[in-house]
Design a protein around this ligand. Structure first.
Ligand code: MRU
Length: 358
């Protein structure tokens, strides 16, 4: 299990009957794994960003349910199905925007319903969690191929691409969503340079994406978000390629704060805009992006970096950590089920009904 697709970066490992998470808060300076034995501690790890990125959050929560099942069954082998509900609720409350969390918990709950009331559920639930993990890895590979083909087919101008946040091995069960497409396209010689937004305030772009790409020897330049328009105007960028935390029925996309700005800039500069996400990120229950709960995090993330205060004490802060890019700014959504060009409700429904659009 857990064969990495890029050089050695594994965010989530099930080992020795425990969950191990690479602590992403201290990357790239330190590569430290933390060991988790309870669902409640796993929920804290998700909330505190030890692990982050929509698919990785879902996979982690699934393993969290395995730990919860072990504890609940040990406490009361007849009432475990009742008591595990509380732990699942705690996991569900860890972060609000990435729908993969709720999708994974839903799958685990469906599996729980099928289990006998008085038999040890651990191995069966572990099998389900591993399946969630492995299918994300497989989805990454498929999306990588689909996305690279689209870039190859469209490439009349530049061979550079811009990306935002971190969508790589650290954010998924495999080589990544947007970063999976970038890895595949680079390997095939379709692109030759990546421009990575640093991604304030948590610096996923500089601390994680630049690190992953450099480990893979993929040429990357790091830029502050404010430089994106200038770079699009002055460099050979053909595509902006990003991941997603939730895609609604009409094709609107919630992703890391700053994604919407990039989509507007891309439109102005004639740069194409690609969203790469597994179908577990698609929430057909929500009509549009207006319905997506947008997480707001603490002021500390904005006013300070590594404990160093950068703003006047007491300044008012607004810190939404996701935004919604409207479907009409998106050229293509790439999933493992197929691709949707110029997304709208009809095309999203067709995709989710399993028909291949590619
Ligand atoms: O706050 P984060 O780091 O969890 O946000 C992550 C993102 O916004 C990613 O772009 C998204 O989850 C896609 S990751 C494959």
């Amino acid at each position: 299990m857990n064969a990495p697709d890029s050089k050695g970066v594994e965010a989530i490992i099930w080992q020795n009957d425990c969950l191990e998470l690479l602590d992403q808060r201290i990357l790239p300076e330190q590569e430290t794994y933390l060991v988790y034995e309870t669902a409640e501690a796993v929920a804290d790890a998700i909330r505190d960003m030890v692990v982050r990125g929509a698919p990785a959050i879902g996979i982690t929560a699934a393993y969290g349910v395995v730990l919860a099942a072990r504890a609940c069954f040990a406490r009361d082998s007849f009432m475990w199905k009742e008591s595990i509900k509380k732990s699942i609720k705690v996991l569900a409350e860890s972060r609000p925007t990435a729908v993969n969390l709720f999708w994974a918990l839903d799958r685990m709950e469906k599996r729980i319903k099928l289990l006998a009331d008085d038999l040890d559920p651990e191995q069966s639930l572990l099998k389900e969690a591993i399946q969630i993990h492995e299918s994300d890895l497989a989805a990454n590979r498929t999306m990588g191929e689909f996305g690279a083909d689209i870039i190859a087919a469209s490439q009349d101008d530049g061979r550079g691409v811009m990306t935002h946040c971190n969508t790589g091995s650290l954010a998924t069960g495999g080589m990544g969503t947007a970063l999976g497409v970038i890895r595949t396209a680079y390997k095939k010689g379709i692109i030759d340079h990546v421009y990575a937004d640093e991604t304030r305030p948590w610096f996923q772009g500089s601390r994680l994406t630049a690190w992953e790409l450099m480990k893979d020897d993929i040429p990357v330049s790091l830029n502050v978000e404010g430089a994106a328009a200038h770079i699009m105007k002055t460099h050979d960028i053909s595509w902006v390629i990003v991941g997603a935390d939730r895609i609604t029925a009409n094709g609107d996309v919630a992703n890391k704060i700053g994604t919407y700005s990039l989509a507007v800039l891309a439109m102005h500069h004639g740069v194409r805009f690609m969203v790469v996400a597994p179908s577990s990120t698609i929430d057909m229950a929500l009509e549009s992006g207006e319905d997506i709960p947008i997480e707001e995090r603490g002021a500390d993330e904005v006013v300070s970096v590594k404990g160093q205060q950068l703003a006047p004490e007491g300044v008012e802060v607004i810190n939404p950590v996701f935004d919604v890019t409207p479907a009409d700014l998106i050229d293509v959504i790439v999933t493992e089920k197929g691709v949707v060009e110029r997304p709208n409700r009809e095309k999203m429904e067709l995709l989710m009904s399993n028909d291949r659009l590619h």
